[in-house]
Design a binder for this molecule. Sequence first.
Ligand SMILES: [Cu+2]
Length: 149
Amino acid sequence: MNTPHLPRMLIGLAILASSFAPAFAATVVKVELQDPSTADDIKAMQMKLDRDSAPAGQVRFEATNESKNLVHEMILVKSDQDPSTFPYNAKKDEVVEAKVKSLGEVSELKPGNSGHLTVSLRPGRYVLYCNQAGHAHQGMWARFNVTAK
Ligand SMILES: [Cu+2]
């Protein structure tokens, strides 16, 4: 092996690797699942995102249940609608999940627990919501937009 060329080869490889890395990097979205038990100043159930949009491609939702006493979850659907318009089972007080196509979820997190969901998303309007009984109708949802690159 002609060793004097090795350092230059390694530099070349490093440049190649770094130029490809962004194409595979997911946009991270932190999702805080909160309710009045989380903090004194929180008056209702809510889903708080640290960003409400991302460029098309891989998106990693990192959900944390910040409740002290309730189970929460995060379901992703492609919709520009308010979840109060989704098909609803009034008896169970929840969205009929079989009728609203889910793109993935972080289901049933106990208080203090975290989970994540990584999906490849095309441009459009999306909604994240919690489908524990009553939560979606009490405002536990958020809009999310995916923009063209
Ligand atoms: Cu909830």
